[in-house]
Ligand binder design. Sequence first.
Ligand code: F6R
Length: 608
Amino acid sequence: MCGIIGYVGCEDACPILIQGLKRLEYRGYDSAGIAIQYGSQIQRYRCAGRISQLEKMFDPLTIKGTTGIAHTRWATHGEPTEKNAHPHTDMKGDVYVVHNGIIENFHILKRKLEKKGIEFSSDTDTEIIAHLIAIHFEGDLSEAVRRAISMVEGTFGIAVIHRLVPDQMVIARRGSPIIIGVGDKCHYAASDVAAMVRYTNKVVHLNDNELALITKDEFTLSTLHAKPIHRELETVEWNAEDAELNGFPHYMLKEIYEQPDTIKNATRGRLEPSEGVPKLGGIEPVWKELKECRHMVLVGCGTSYYAGCVGRYVFERLTEIDVEVELASEFRYRKLNFPPNTFVVAISQSGETADTLAAIREARRKGAKLLGIVNVVGSSIARETDAGVYNHAGPEIGVASTKIFTSQLTILTLLALLLGRHQKLSLTEGIEAIKAIRELPDLARKVLAQDNHIQSIAEKYYKYSNWLFLGRGYQYPIAMEGALKLKEISYIHAEGYAAGEMKHGPIALISSEMPVVVLAPGDSMYDKVMNNIQEVKSRKGPVIAIITEGDNRLKDMVDEYIEVPRTLEYLYPILTVIPCQLLAYHCARLLKRDIDKPRNLAKSVTVE
Ligand code: F6R
């Protein structure tokens, strides 16, 4: 979705902003723009399409100016055209604004301003902010922004510059992230640390309804009511290299290959082998209530939701807690009654997904306690939950989530194990679990070692236009996640189904034209899944099975197989999803898709 980068300093802003925009590309966008200030002149360039097109519009070396703002836009109000791309300006060309979010009362405000003779030059909701700031400007940019945004309803993260106040930028937030980056004689502003991590790892997050005036030497943080705020700097643990390709052709492949490390990072310092109990420092603030919890709701969207679906099975196996799992987009509109001491656990890579954020706000209103499993430190969900566990997986840049999924599964397992040890699991079971969890990075490496074999399977099947993924129990959500990975990056139609449901409809689709990926590790569902495979085979469906290594019975029965090493039943999903990720990746590559930026998709879905 939309991305913001801003700079105030001593160096030319243009190359820094372009670099920042490139770091935001992964979020998904359809147009881009930049405005650079030099004294009382502001030059603006905008275009529909990619940043590479924007760069062709000017020579960055000739654009002088040490203050500027830039934006990648993902169209909501108005088509992705040059005139709708940000930065937007007022009629005189004094104020320049970049904005993430949606101004909900923009039609009413627009009508009022038009009656006063103000002409609009775009179809966007953002332009209203530029006009309002211009109307209220009397020499003090912060004050003008403050007065303008007090009139708007909806969500925003904005960065603003003004022709008559050089070397200043004002940023503000309500519902859409904006972060200050502190450099050496310069400051940055960005909607996402990835845009500035190359330049600084010292950041300050703005909370909702806060505003900051930024110059090269300092930043002044205040509330929208002008009450000063002091906030300590935070250090971002990502470095510039984490956001580079490091020799991989795509971020998605790089991130698939990072999984042995990211699984390990999810457990680092969190395993206590002799006690058979994980240690999760982040949940200490709520531990007293959490250990008594008997009802939990896991919420998330997309891949994070599927992590929750696996989590439900793991909690059922290891704890005495009744666990529901809900799509955040549905949960937020349901009429819910929570039993006392219910915990709602938000699962989110970005920590900014609008539906998940709305779901936890609704849960809070209904009296639930909130936990977060989040990758982005300091993100909205991390800040709005009572406690939580970070993934510590580094930035996930590929739009298709991979390393975060296995990291989420690892953390859900740790949480379930911790609670289970307090509720019903013996020391022996705890020790056995921790031993198996510690082996996971090596086992994931063994799965990755089959990449060439998986690629050769993709070469045989990538031209088929419909695929089915089947699994039971712990593997049912992996079937859905496998289908999601394939469809989102290769645009092949794929469905994930509970294998037991096949006879209730999807079996009608089976033919030699439909590859069926069956998740069939040696778990308690093995015999049942074997029956499903026979049903597919007897209808000439080609079966690609993901099996436990050495399973000769299945090897003889299916068309293709990919082996995963043996582990505990509830840990298999962390391994079986990896071949699905690689299959999707190779099919998409063979079909020449734009793997890291699939069409119509955004990395962080910050609007409903
Ligand atoms: C799919 C994918 C999405 C996200 C979903 C939630 O590969 O990445 O389905 O999982 O948009 O995003 P987060 O986890 O940031 O809340």
